[in-house]
Design a protein around this ligand. Structure first.
Ligand code: HEC
Ligand code: HEC
Length: 205
């Protein structure tokens, strides 16, 4: 009987101690790292939804959107490309207006034409310029609709492909993508780890 009580008391003390430790541990973390609330949210939120918000903010940035159009590329914050150029059968322009006539594999400070290896309009299947966040997410997670691309391929492209990386070094007076590239890569990793969750689709009208 006495022993039983002692064990109970011991257990009680252990639990209180553990709670205290957990509590002060949290307090310390907050005090010493001084991280902003943004990164704390991303530590706590492992559902992937916050990560998708980061990803879609990049996808909708003018640096990316200007090539991910239906027919004509755009410039700056979305103005028409002057001179007018068209997609053409291979996404590389038509006739004398081939993209490669003016765009090389790097930014050209003399002509002002930006450049990166593979400069061309994005395939029509990847035109998300008029889509909502939920629709873009559905497109990217449905290989039958996006040209057979898996989330892992998308991640690789956005992490390493020079066309995507150009968005962080666009040359001239163009504004680079506002989300740091490292943050995008982290968001892609955790979004995929969370099973590529998408925002709910609005009911179609
Ligand atoms: C100069 C035009 C251009 C710009 C600017 C551009 N893209 Fe693309 N994008 C393309 C082309 C072309 C492809 C198709 C590449 C392929 O399939 O080989 C593509 C493909 C993609 C894909 C699919 C990758 C895959 O798996 O094939 C993603 C995702 C993507 N782009 C995201 C971005 C993001 C994010 C940005 C901005 C940071 C961006 N793009 C900027 C032209 C562009
Ligand atoms: C006759 C030359 C010429 C041709 C052909 C041409 N471009 Fe351009 N493009 C330019 C110049 C110059 C700029 C810079 C304009 C500026 O920033 O004011 C530019 C800018 C752009 C931009 C703007 C990037 C941004 O975010 O501001 C995109 C995207 C683009 N071109 C895509 C294409 C694509 C895709 C093709 C082929 C289908 C193409 N261009 C064909 C000369 C050309």
């Amino acid at each position: 009987m006495k022993l039983r009580q002692e064990v109970d008391l011991l257990r009680h003390i252990t639990i209180s101690l553990l709670l205290l430790l957990a509590f002060t541990g949290c307090g310390n973390r907050q005090d010493t790292t001084g991280q902003d609330s943004q990164s704390q949210t991303s530590q706590v939120d492992n559902t992937g939804h916050q990560d998708w918000e980061t990803i879609v903010e990049v996808l909708l940035h003018p640096r990316c959107l200007n090539c991910h159009q239906l027919e004509l590329p755009l410039i700056n914050q979305g103005s028409p490309h002057v001179p007018r150029v068209e997609r053409g059968p291979e996404n590389m322009g038509m006739g004398t207006m081939r993209c490669s006539n003016c765009h090389s594999d790097q930014n050209n400070p003399v002509t002002g034409a930006p450049g990166a290896p593979g400069w061309a309009m994005a395939p029509i299947t990847l035109n998300w310029s008029r889509m909502s966040s939920a629709q873009i997410c559905a497109l990217l997670t449905t290989p039958q609709d996006n040209g057979g691309r898996s989330p892992e391929q998308l991640m690789l492209f956005m992490s390493e492909n020079p066309l995507a990386l150009w968005g962080w070094n666009p040359g001239g007076k163009r504004e680079p993508v506002n989300i740091p590239h490292g943050k995008l890569v982290e968001a892609l990793k955790s979004w995929i780890a969370a099973g590529t969750p998408c925002p709910p689709q609005a009911p179609s009208s």
